[in-house]
Design a protein around this ligand. Structure first.
Ligand code: 4NP
Length: 144
């Protein structure tokens, strides 16, 4: 799960997906990263921690890291939150196979950046949760 800072959106997608994977008893790995390095080592934004906690998802122990080339090798799918993240990650891909791993988290749409608007954390959380449920279903079908 990739966004710009790895403190608002992708930690939520990471946490919610991890929660659902565990609930389903699957052994899939999920992680998150940011295309930018401004927040490396930081906890998620307190507003993301709070909205996740409200719905029973603990993301407080996550720490921000920057997306790296090795992620193309370590993961089967790379989900990006918006078109800019898509451009930034695609630029780092070295092969068509690596490019093909990169997908918009919400098909043909984006998860808006809530960083500058406190009121957006709730709808962003809801959108991410809805999308994680869809993604889990489609990935289970893809990997059957
Ligand atoms: P994120 O949100 O990409 O969802 O983690 C942002 C976090 C920090 C900044 C921008 C977006 N920033 O400019 O510091």
């Amino acid at each position: 799960m990739v966004c710009l800072g790895n403190i608002c959106r992708s930690p939520l997608a990471h946490g919610v997906m991890k929660h659902k994977i565990k609930a389903e008893g699957l052994d899939w790995q999920v992680d998150s990263a940011g295309t930018a390095g401004y927040h490396i080592g930081k906890s998620p934004d307190h507003r993301s921690i709070a909205v996740a906690k409200k719905y029973g998802v603990d993301i407080a122990t996550q720490r921000a890291r920057q997306f790296k080339i090795a992620d193309f090798e370590n993961f089967d799918y790379i989900y990006v939150m918006d078109e800019q993240n898509y451009e930034d990650v695609i630029m780092m891909a070295r092969t068509p196979q690596e490019k093909a791993k990169v997908r918009l988290f919400v098909l043909e749409s984006r998860v808006i950046d809530p960083y500058y608007d406190d009121t957006l954390f709730e709808p962003v959380f809801q959108m991410i949760t809805t999308q994680c449920a869809k993604l889990l279903t489609s990935l289970k079908n893809e990997n059957r």
